[in-house]
Design a protein around this ligand. Structure first.
Ligand SMILES: Cc1cc2nc3c(=O)[nH]c(=O)nc-3n(C[C@H](O)[C@H](O)[C@H](O)COP(=O)(O)O)c2cc1C
Length: 334
């Protein structure tokens, strides 16, 4: 019988349990993407709170591609020293850390698949590789490609949003191409012992079956190339309203379980994970291996330690989404 507190390894990162902090934009970086004392404090508290792995909030990696206020950046080698101090601090608490690389557009504009020229796409792919290379130099255990939640990369997979006529649009082999090129570029730059994760929607609200098939194709291709873990999420609207799901908790479990049954890659389930007993049941009745959380850790960064002491204790987060704030995301109840 597997438990949430099993120790595991992912290429060769050691996780002291199966609970992961999912990427969460804090809005606390300096205007030029530099880390701030407040951001250091947030991650120090999280690392001490017991999670098995931290995934940072989405980080931009070309100077002109910040889309949200207070997003951290890794667009220049001059930032590496600060991040090295940051990863040393987190590792000092026995917690590995992965940087989420996010691209949503440039000049403050949210891009759609129609926005970039083919040359822009080449530059974006290259920049993902450079961002990952800097993350490796700064001591991160890996990077996660953000391809979920209806943003730029996620839209490429969606046949309704991707109306490109070239080799990046049309059939799924084309719609997934940019993501696969990004993966290959990062792997070529960083080597086989560096972790590459992806966060992807199990489906998009538009057409559930087509959405799942796009996710499945992309995951199978990434698995055959050697991706180290896949985090299955869902559309942003579904997160705000989980009522349309068959389960009130761990709402994307069916998509994640179907992908987990087909790939030999660790699958992380995100979205309304709130109860250890529910997660352990999923752990023991599917091939899903990890569970990630965002909002509950904004309210209680110490939640995993609390669960380690008493697995029947309840998460206090009520999923009200009041934590989305422009002056720094934090729980309004803390
Ligand atoms: C304030 C806030 C910021 C978020 N920022 C990111 C982000 O930078 N990247 C990402 O992939 N998901 C982001 N998310 C989504 C979470 O990682 C997670 O997928 C979602 O909140 C569902 O998990 P939960 O029910 O445990 O909160 C964010 C969520 C919140 C509440």
């Amino acid at each position: 019988m597997k438990t949430l507190f099993d120790e595991t390894t992912i290429n060769p990162m050691k996780l002291k349990n199966r609970i992961i902090r999912s990427a969460t934009w804090e809005g606390l970086a300096g205007s030029d993407g530099h880390l701030t004392d407040r951001l250091f404090k947030v991650y120090e508290t999280l690392a001490q709170g017991g999670v098995g792995l931290i995934i940072t909030g989405g980080t931009y990696f070309t100077p002109d591609s910040t889309t949200l206020p207070g997003m951290p950046g890794i667009y220049s080698d001059s930032l590496i020293d600060d991040y090295r101090r940051f990863t040393n601090m987190v590792h000092g608490s026995g917690c590995p850390i992965i940087m989420q690389l996010a691209y949503s557009g440039k000049g403050g504009e949210m891009w759609t698949p129609a926005s970039p020229t083919r040359n822009d796409i080449k530059l974006i792919v290259k920049a993902f590789g450079e961002g990952a290379d800097r993350a490796k130099a700064a001591g991160f255990d890996g990077v996660q490609i953000h391809a979920a939640h209806g943003y730029f990369l996620s839209q490429f997979l969606d046949p309704q949003k991707n109306i490109r006529q070239d080799e990046y649009g049309g059939v799924i082999e084309n719609r997934a191409r940019i993501i696969l090129e990004i993966y290959d570029e990062i792997r070529n730059k960083t080597g086989s012992d560096f972790n590459i994760f992806i966060k992807i929607n199990g489906t998009d609200a538009g057409d559930e079956v087509a959405g799942f098939n796009s996710c499945r194709y992309t995951c199978l291709e990434l698995a055959s190339r050697g991706i180290n873990a896949i985090e299955i999420s869902g559309g942003a609207d579904e997160l705000k309203n989980c009522m349309n799901h068959p389960y009130p908790e761990s709402i994307f479990r069916n998509y994640a379980a179907r992908i987990a049954a087909e790939v030999k890659v660790p699958i992380i389930l995100v979205g309304f994970n709130r109860t250890p007993a529910v997660m352990e049941e999923i752990l023991n009745t599917s091939a899903i291996e990890y569970f990630s959380l965002s909002r509950p850790l904004l309210r209680e960064p110490n939640l995993v330690n609390k669960w380690r002491n008493d697995s029947n204790s309840e998460a206090e987060c009520i999923s009200c989404n009041a934590c989305f704030r422009t002056d720094g995301n934090m729980c309004v109840f803390v």
